[in-house]
Design a protein around this ligand. Structure first.
Ligand SMILES: Nc1ncnc2c1ncn2[C@@H]1O[C@H](COP(=O)(O)OP(=O)(O)O)[C@@H](O)[C@H]1O
Ligand SMILES: [Mg+2]
Length: 218
């Protein structure tokens, strides 16, 4: 008796293709398979969180596929609902896509690896040149753009104006951000032009309702 693999090879029968759950999800959702297969950890413990993960996945998929125009994703709403938790995963998913060669940035002579950054404004925008430096990155996550907004004077005002400057420079560039402010408050406390850009050109904006409790009080 010949082993079955040898019999199949001799008969030139192709090995059966088994679709993984990731392949099936990718086919059904139109997501890039790397994004569909990423081990996302995000618990939807309140209906107000339903839109978050699908938007994050759609953003990552669009980045890897280098779709145009380049857009923003903002998660706005109360503390402790997983905004930072899921956006850090988005950066990790994109880093991994770059490391595996799924995502490359074309240049005049070939291509290069993408540049990503996670910024905490009060720390990373302290230097007055920082906004211009981070404007060049392929993808950035600006954590808690509302953090400087509650403070009127001093460091808070500086941070807020640097966030506004950076976001002006990030127009048409892949950008993730979160805030404990809604769009109306961003308009009033940070910059009206930025608020109006949050939903422009198919950018993803998720406003998590105020009544969604903190993950640890769920
Ligand atoms: N929806 C969620 N699914 C899973 N874990 C969560 C979720 N929301 C919060 N957590 C947990 O709570 C911690 C704090 O959440 P975090 O992402 O910092 O909240 P936010 O940025 O919205 O203020 C996270 O590190 C994570 O352990
Ligand atoms: Mg956070």
């Amino acid at each position: 008796m010949q082993p079955i693999a040898q019999v199949l090879r001799a008969a030139a029968v192709p090995a059966p293709q088994v679709a993984t759950p990731e392949d099936i999800e990718a086919a059904m959702t139109g997501l890039h398979p790397h994004v569909a297969g990423w081990p996302w950890r995000f618990e939807v413990y309140h209906p107000g969180l339903e839109g978050v993960l699908p938007s994050v996945k759609a953003f990552c998929s669009a980045v890897i596929r280098r779709e145009q125009p380049r857009r923003w994703l903002s998660l706005l709403g109360p503390s402790g609902v997983g905004k930072t938790h899921v956006l850090k995963q988005a950066l990790a998913c994109l880093q991994s896509a770059a490391a595996r060669g799924h995502w490359k940035i074309p240049t005049a002579t070939g291509h290069r690896g993408p540049q990503l950054a996670h910024l905490v404004p009060a720390v990373d925008l302290e230097d007055f040149r920082a906004a211009r430096d981070y404007a060049r990155y392929d993808v950035i996550y600006i954590e808690d753009i509302g953090s400087g907004a509650a403070l009127d004077r001093g460091a808070g005002a500086v941070t807020r104006s640097r966030i506004a400057e950076l976001l002006q420079l990030r127009s048409g560039k892949w950008t993730l951000m979160d805030a404990n402010l809604y769009r109306k408050e961003i308009e009033a406390q940070i910059d009206g032009r930025i608020a109006s850009r949050l939903k422009r050109d198919g950018s993803w904006m998720c406003e998590v309702p105020q009544e969604v409790p903190d993950f640890w009080d769920r």
